[in-house]
Ligand binder design. Structure first.
Ligand code: S3P
Length: 432
């Protein structure tokens, strides 16, 4: 039996990307940064610990309220390896932030993070003069004290983490650092660097972006009120769309075109979504999103939209399973380099519950079973991947036989309030 309808109103959890950046920029800046609405997830807490180990005064003053007393760019040598747990964003951004500081540091992570590619960051940082040694391109990685110069770089993959690492390194490099993106990725680093007083030049040309900054530069502390995370909000939104009779509202969701590809896609699929503007937070627009149970139809999702919804494909594939017709998702090579091979993991979680799916080298095709048409009964193998776990649970909600996941512990890396929020919408999810 599908779950009963979801209903209610939620404040979206703090954005993970902005939370990491608030801690990192605060630690590099001169003065005290006050953060409110910080996402207190394991990934972000690991970044907080790393910045404290690098000499920042990092203190929690209340729920989601933190102060960071910055180092004015003079980082300390940590006396133990910096452990980033599951977080690619944490480790890659901090590698960039530390690269030109003149300190030595070691970077480690959990099993999933230790299997992910790091050369995409260490190659350009080494080209700037950084002395990184990796374990065959993976963690653990070691940085020896280095002095950097600027670089002119076009990342070979569309990655905000790579762009951000280079820009953060550029702050302590001599001369101009320039990053060209043929297809813009999330631009929070650029926006927040400007808010922290950096002199940075961002030029847009259609889908492309060129960012320039000249180092060395010292940031100035600034207060950050973290907007809500569109990627985490996606789970409640899709749960409401595919569960008959549902209506949920999420407030404070960041409304940034480099993050809202899922909303655009769901609308093209016929989703009943209402979007109203909310207040600006940390230089970002926010929105209130209301999602109503809808009959969705399959579509082809443009490949060039992938960077604007890169973390949302597993939950989009769940929506596609309940749609009428076929959804084709091309341009997904990067999904294979996430917390797990998310392309195969997503296909497997759908197949386990009777959904007809095909994978290509960089594409996913889901043949929708229509509203109420997904059998369910599958068990999601999560491979330490929080987004596969939450997607598997949402699929279970609306499928005929329900579904289970092999592990839910890692959901706390990005969305520690997931179970409480689903309960607040009237759905009790229980670890099986
Ligand atoms: C992030 C960038 C994306 C995204 C990740 C957060 C960021 O990774 O998947 O969850 O905060 O910069 P890539 O840059 O590897 O695409």
């Amino acid at each position: 039996m599908p779950a009963k309808a979801l209903s209610g109103r939620l404040k979206a959890p703090g954005d993970k990307s902005v939370s990491h950046r608030a801690l990192i920029l605060g630690a590099l800046a001169h003065g005290e940064t006050r953060i409110t609405g910080l996402l207190e997830s394991e990934d972000v807490l690991n970044t907080a610990k790393a910045m404290a180990a690098l000499g920042a005064g990092v203190e929690r003053t209340g729920a989601g309220a933190w102060t960071v007393l910055g180092t004015s760019g003079r980082l300390a040598t940590p006396d133990a390896p910096l452990d980033f747990g599951n977080s690619g964003t944490g480790v890659r951004l901090v590698m960039g932030a530390v690269a030109g500081s003149g300190v030595a540091a070691e970077f480690v992570g959990d099993e999933s993070l230790s299997s992910r590619p790091m050369r995409r960051v260490t190659d350009p940082l080494d080209a700037m003069g950084a002395l990184f040694e990796t374990s065959d391109g993976r963690l653990p990685a070691r940085l020896s004290p280095s002095k950097l110069h600027g670089i002119d770089y076009t990342p070979p993959v569309a990655s905000a983490q790579v762009k951000s690492a280079i820009l953060l390194a550029g702050l302590s490099a001599d001369g101009e650092t320039c990053v060209h993106e043929p297809q813009i990725t999330r631009d929070h680093t650029e926006t927040m660097l400007a808010a922290f007083g950096a002199s940075i030049d961002v030029r847009r040309d259609g889908p492309a972006s060129t960012i320039r900054l000249t180092g060395p530069q010292t940031l100035t502390a600034c207060n950050v009120d973290v907007p809500g995370d569109p990627s985490s909000s996606a789970f409640a939104i899709v749960a409401a769309l595919v569960t008959p009779g549902s209506e949920v509202t999420l407030t404070g969701v960041m409304d940034n075109p480099a993050r809202t590809g899922l909303i655009e896609t769901l609308r093209e699929m016929g989703a009943g979504l209402t979007v109203e503007p909310g207040p600006d937070m940390a230089g970002e627009r926010t929105m209130t999103v209301t999602a109503r149970a809808s009959t969705l139809r399959g579509i082809e999702v443009p490949a060039e939209r992938a960077p604007a919804m890169i973390d949302e494909y597993p939950i989009l594939a769940v929506a596609a399973a309940f749609a009428e017709g076929t959804t084709f998702m091309p341009g997904l090579a990067e999904l294979r380099a996430k917390e797990s091979d998310r392309l195969e993991g997503t296909a497997a979680l759908l197949r386990a519950s009777g959904v007809d799916v095909e994978t290509g080298e960089d594409s996913l095709t889901v043949h929708g079973a229509g509203p109420g048409g997904v059998k369910g009964g599958g068990r999601t193998i999560t491979h330490h991947d929080h987004r596969l776990a939450m997607s598997g649970l949402v699929l279970g909600l609306a499928s005929r036989e329900g579904a289970s996941v092999d592990d839910v512990a890692m959901i706390a890396t990005s969305y520690p309030d997931f179970f409480a929020h689903m309960a607040g919408l009237g759905v009790q999810l229980e670890p099986a």
